[in-house]
Design a protein around this ligand. Sequence first.
Ligand SMILES: Cc1cc2nc3c(=O)[nH]c(=O)nc-3n(C[C@H](O)[C@H](O)[C@H](O)COP(=O)(O)OP(=O)(O)OC[C@H]3O[C@@H](n4cnc5c(N)ncnc54)[C@H](O)[C@@H]3O)c2cc1C
Length: 504
Amino acid sequence: MLDSQITYPKKIIILGGGTAGWMTAALLSKKWSSKGTCISLIESETIGTVGVGEGSTPKMRKFFDSLNISEKKWMPECNATYKCGIRFPNWSTRSGYESYYHPFFSQHDDSTVRAFFQNTTLRSRNFNVYAHPDAFFISNFLAKKKFAPLPHSSTSYSTDYAYHFDASLIGAYLNQFSQAEGVKRIIDTVTRVNQNCTGDIVSVQTIDHGILEGDFFIDCTGFAGVLINKTLNVPFIPYTDSLFNDSAVAIPTPLEAEEGLPSETISKAMKHGWAWKIPLTNRFGNGYVYSSQFTDKDDAELELRSHLGIDNDNVEARHLKMRVGRTELCWARNCLAVGLSQGFIEPLEATALMVVQETVELFMDTYTSVGNTEKARQSVNEKINLIFDGIRNYVQMHYKLNTRSDTPYWIENRQNKNLSEDMQSILNVWDKGGDLLGELREQSSRLVYSPTSWYCILAGMGRFPSRPKKPKPKMQHYSAEEASSYCKSMMSHFGDHKETLNKK
Ligand SMILES: Cc1cc2nc3c(=O)[nH]c(=O)nc-3n(C[C@H](O)[C@H](O)[C@H](O)COP(=O)(O)OP(=O)(O)OC[C@H]3O[C@@H](n4cnc5c(N)ncnc54)[C@H](O)[C@@H]3O)c2cc1C
């Protein structure tokens, strides 16, 4: 469609000023302010933001690139650090597999990835080929050395990476950016939402600014879902039968200054969930994500404090409830739900802000090609729902593969029969030593995670087929030492994380 043929919304109201609201404001204003779209963002002073969400996926790099904001500008303002991947200690009790690392990939992993796939294909419980992913990925070695994933020479050794950042500082940064791009910030609380006779939203009633009208509305009100659920009555589909965690408690701790600055997230299994440890430039963000069916908030806080070695009460803990699942539709009528209002999968793979970005980008692309039509809404809803369900499947796999028996929480997670057909097929093929790559290719339109991620989680947890496989003639396995020494040889292209950040 020619630009002159596109009708952009005249007046967009974003309701909610958490990270989702300000990310949406930044993306929309950068592209649509110059097209005559007026964007207002209403945020309440009395209803707070969730205030957590400190890890990202590599997609976040594209977010800042598309806003033309360099790392040099935003990272220091948000106490941000680099993230090479996520380490998962204590999820498996199998000997040699007590911890594994989910890497972000580098083009230089190509040859070692092939060796890893080959070894996992040969590996069975009775044929002990080395098939733990940690030996095969450069980013694991970077994280172990507390290196930054930025090569000295940016051209020849590029590697994928993500970020850690302070959730409230990133909101504040994007708030300033968006206002400079023309977004009007209104501090007020919405008390009523008005619809016309067809059901479309026409305005919101606020306490101090009266009635504010718009022709398109974005619901960024967090778990409250003020527009999408409470006004438009779009049903919420809970994932509680597949993901048990519904609560979290967060406590920051000081950096261990003498030990260097880590460049990975640690997601360590606990008694009734898992604890995150996220390094920022000024502190660690820590939290325990757990299921309230299996423990209560006081015990969870005690367990987290003991895990962190903080037994005094001077450091305050923040308790949060999580609504885990997704709305049936994120785009209904003249309203798009973005962020926690559209859904949330617990933060194990730090995917929430990636979905925010994906949703807004997809919405803008679709709107500018077909407008606010049934076809547009259907296409966006189908794609976003697939992303949610795909992430849920991968996250659930962590719980399904656990081998802990210390609490009913872990046993019930492992025994949980509420698995999607896709996940069931992946497990069946893997357990029988079948063609996993073929199965993943068949599912590719529904998968969010790459085959490498699936191989990493299955092999990393130490789950292998029980029956020995006969190696095909000429099918050789690769030595872990060879793969490791290749990865180690790449370290000379990278440097210390803290020093790299200080140079920025
Ligand atoms: C424990 C936990 C850990 C997480 N970790 C990660 C992570 O590592 N990585 C990641 O990507 N994500 C993570 N997330 C998710 C991430 O925090 C959220 O996706 C992100 O903060 C966006 O939240 P939000 O803006 O949708 O909602 P909120 O932060 O809840 O903001 C809601 C906004 O709506 C406003 N509002 C609500 N009602 C009204 C009203 N009636 N009138 C006016 N304003 C109103 C509020 O004032 C507020 O500004 C985590 C979430 C939790 C719970």
